[in-house]
Each structure stands twice: as structure tokens, then as C-alpha cells.
Write a protein that binds this ligand. Sequence first.
Ligand SMILES: [Zn+2]
Length: 139
Amino acid sequence: MLKIKKELIKQIADQGEKGYPYEICGFILGKIDYESNIRTALEIYQVENQNKERANDRFEIDPKDYLKVEEYADSKDMQIIGIYHTHPDHPDRPSQTDLMFAQPDMSYIIMSVKKGKAENWRSWELVGNRFEKEEVDII
Ligand SMILES: [Zn+2]
């Protein structure tokens, strides 16, 4: 389960609309309670989409950005609890590529941006080897 502030969803929407028609991406930082399996999002951190050729329907994160964000999260006593990205003119469902790079115990927020306007979004989590809709609590 993901707990996330409305404000962070708004930030993702703003970034997604600004980045349209390309996919934007970033990290969700916060805390994980492994016992209850609740992830609480406290901040988001946008990174550059490294896939320039197919930025309209793919995203790639530089390993250096991964490290940088991990260090930042560490310094603020947080963890990387997920990754968010947008789907310009596509639904908020994960693609095959999204599945290929997914890791367990992470929240994957996908926001659909249609004609430049952020619409639906959903959070997904890996269960076994497929994505399932994650329960979200807006706090
Ligand atoms: Zn995707």
C-alpha cells in the first residue's frame, strides 16, 4: 500500500504536462514499513529521461542519477520507495518494458497525460512476475 500526499501527485501532474509529449520520470522517496508493507511517500525527485530516441513512449534512468538520488534520500533519512513516470497519450497501465525493469517492494506510479493534460494515474506493484494495482491512500 502506498500513502501519498495530494501535493506530490499534483507535482507529478505538473511535470508530466510540462514534459509532454515526452515521458518524464523520477523517484518517489519516503519510508517503508516492511511489516505492514506500507510505503509512505514524502518527496518526489525528477530525473532526466535518458531515452531521447523514443522519449514519447520509453523512459530510462541514468545509473548515476539513481546513485545521486539514493545518496540524497539517505542524507534525509528516507529511502527510494518507487518510481513515477508518465504515459503521453496512453493509458496509466504498465507497458511490457515497464514490467521488464520493475523491481519488487516498489511503487510504480504511472500518470496518463492526454493531449498535454494530466488525466488518470495509478500505482502498480510487482506481485510475482506481473504488475498489480496497488492500493493508494491519499494523505
Ligand atoms: Zn511506462
